[in-house]
Write a protein that binds this ligand. Structure first.
Ligand SMILES: Cc1cc2nc3c(=O)[nH]c(=O)nc-3n(C[C@H](O)[C@H](O)[C@H](O)COP(=O)(O)O)c2cc1C
Length: 201
């Protein structure tokens, strides 16, 4: 296993440090370096988590796309507090992010949706994400139905398919170190700045 055991560069602001680690992850991880765990809280206070893909990020936060009628979509409508977690196994690193989620503009969602392959755009129409599916053939038939409906290749974005921005309030960088004396650096948002502290492993 590749070892990357050097202390975290604490001279950088968190998004710059995220960029540094993410670029390294793109080189080291075989599949989906942009995969992140998204944890949400339901209206009755129950946590739930699943993997989604990070599609863009900048100083304002981290963007993913999903079906607003899904389990996570419904949770987000009731409670904007979410957490993200990246685990890059070969680098022995994790990044934990906590913050508030909000829907991105329809113009931005359209732009990304239109960049997706035709099959994925059709899939967004065909899948009632998180609803009970009686049989896989029902899904396949729905795909065929929408392929026929949008046979001219002009597939508009379904209103229920949206982009979400996680505005970070806390970002923690975690680096594996020998004997489990891991290095942890936390950034907490305070007004317009980030307050930094190290944490015990
Ligand atoms: C590697 C990977 C990437 C995924 N990316 C997404 C994604 O970007 N958006 C999404 O809605 N679901 C994605 N999924 C599927 C989700 O994990 C999940 O099954 C789905 O969104 C339904 O979740 P929910 O019922 O909690 O809403 C991905 C799954 C994996 C394993």
């Amino acid at each position: 296993m590749q070892s990357n055991q050097k202390l975290i560069n604490s001279n950088k602001k968190p998004i710059a440090l995220f960029q540094e680690w993410f670029e390294e992850a793109k080189k080291s991880e075989i599949n989906d370096p942009n995969a992140m765990n998204l944890a949400t809280i339901s209206s009755d206070g129950k946590p739930s988590s699943r993997i989604v893909l990070l599609k863009s990020y900048d100083e304002t936060g981290f963007v993913f796309y999903t079906n607003s009628n899904s389990k996570k979509g419904k949770a987000i409508q009731k409670n904007v507090s979410v957490a993200l977690n990246f685990h890059w196994k070969t680098l022995q690193r994790q990044i934990r992010i906590e913050g508030n989620v909000s829907q991105i503009s329809s113009t931005d969602a359209d732009e990304y949706y239109n960049s997706r392959p035709l099959g994925s755009r059709i899939g967004a129409w065909a899948s009632l994400q998180s609803e009970e599916l009686d049989d896989r053939s029902t899904l396949i038939n729905k795909v065929k139905e929408f392929e026929k409906k949008f046979s001219d290749n002009d597939v508009p974005r379904p209103v229920h398919w949206n982009g979400y921005l996680v505005t970070p309030l806390l970002i923690e960088f975690w680096q594996d170190m020998p004997f489990r004396l891991h290095d942890r650096l936390e950034f907490r948002r305070e007004k317009d700045d980030w307050v930094t502290r190290k944490l015990y492993p």
